[in-house]
Write a protein that binds this ligand. Structure first.
Ligand SMILES: [Zn+2]
Ligand SMILES: [Zn+2]
Length: 361
């Protein structure tokens, strides 16, 4: 690997000091460490590059010599030297894969649902959602160790802060992922989080719900998911909009619908009804002779998404209710009404009877 490439990989300026090189390497090697990214091929690729870049910069003169003690440092020989590391890498990656499952990075995104009424959807609104989040433990700052407990050597690296891998002539050292390269370890788990580095906390969060949001719409609250114990980085909270059931209205896209029961005399004589809307009430004129099932449309009384385009209407379907539980007097009057009805009173029925007659002839 060329020195200029190695510098770029580690994000360093030309001629870094020994401590600059060491801290850049430690930070990046731990970030892409196979223990922390098991089975992630991209992390694996980066990790190899980082290790090789570090080896290249640590000892630019000797890096080729060590592998080929008698030879000149040709690019090919350097390549061979890097090839030898492949054995070491495969060993590192194998041991990272073996402990399995628990190490798989869990998604830190959280999910929640929020119920929204149709009335709330008439405008942009804000609601609160309560979620239980995992946040980095404030007591141990995420490392899981009881603060102030006696510090000992990390058992994984025996206090070195790094793990040496050796294979034939090649040798690599990698920061220890168990202790974050510190070499230290406290025997006692943090009393607040039980050593997990995170604690659960119930939080009430404000969610901005856009007007006319659809059932199932998702609203993302960035950084309000679970926190990572080590880095403190948080996932997102994804809130799904659920429509609250409404006692009268139903929804079709941005239109609002409902059935309006009307007595048959109101429908026959004409009637001015007070009808509910999402924003209050309106007067609706039902003309004399209105048939059951007729739909009246109140324009613009539906839901209105931001920008005011595609504003829906309120659709009112008239349903004529046949009178029941008649009193004696009502019965008499209806019977009389029936008697004095002419075919033109019920033109639909007359047409039907005409058709039936022609069928039977
Ligand atoms: Zn803790
Ligand atoms: Zn260690």
């Amino acid at each position: 690997m060329k020195v200029t490439d190695a510098l770029k990989i580690l994000g360093l300026e030309k001629n870094p000091s020994g401590s600059q090189l060491k801290s850049a390497y430690k930070k990046l090697a731990l970030e892409f460490h196979p223990d922390r990214n098991p089975g992630d091929p991209e992390a694996e690729r980066r990790f190899k590059q980082i290790v090789i870049a570090h080896e290249t910069l640590k000892n630019p003169k000797r890096s080729a010599d060590r592998a080929t003690p008698r030879g000149r440092k040709s690019a090919r020989q350097r390549g061979e030297y890097e090839e030898k590391w492949e054995d070491i890498f495969s060993h590192i990656f194998r041991s990272a894969r073996e402990p399995e499952d628990e190490k798989k990075p869990k998604s830190r995104d959280l999910h929640a649902q929020i119920e929204v009424t149709l009335e709330e959807l008439t405008r942009d609104s804000e609601k609160e959602v309560s979620v239980s989040r995992r946040v980095r433990c404030a007591s141990c700052e995420g490392n899981g160790a009881e603060p102030g407990a006696r510090v000992g050597a990390c058992p994984a690296c025996k206090g070195a802060g790094e793990v040496r891998y050796k294979q034939g002539l090649a040798e690599l050292w990698v920061p220890c992922s168990a202790c974050d390269g510190s070499g230290e370890h406290t025997g006692e788990a943090c009393r607040v989080c039980g050593g997990e580095g995170v604690t659960s906390r119930r939080e009430s969060l404000k969610v901005a719900i856009p007007a006319a949001a659809k059932e199932g719409a998702q609203i993302k609250l960035k950084g309000k998911g679970d926190e990572d114990a080590r880095t403190g980085e948080a996932g997102d909270l994804i809130v799904t909009v659920r429509a609250a059931p409404h006692p009268i209205f139903s929804r079709d896209d941005n239109d609002i619908l409902f059935d309006l029961p009307v007595s048959f005399s109101q429908a026959a004589l004409g009637h001015e009804a007070t009808v509910p809307t999402l924003r209050g009430t309106r007067r609706l004129k039902i003309p004399a002779g209105t048939q059951s099932g007729r739909v009246f449309r109140l324009q613009g009384e539906g839901l209105s998404p931001a920008g005011g385009r595609n504003t829906g209407d309120l659709l009112i379907r008239v349903l004529i209710e046949t009178p029941t539980k008649l009193s004696e007097r009502q019965r008499e009057m209806l019977a009389e009404f029936q008697e004095i009805s002419s075919p033109s009173t019920h033109p639909r029925r007359r047409r039907f009877l005409d058709k039936m007659k022609s069928l039977l002839e």
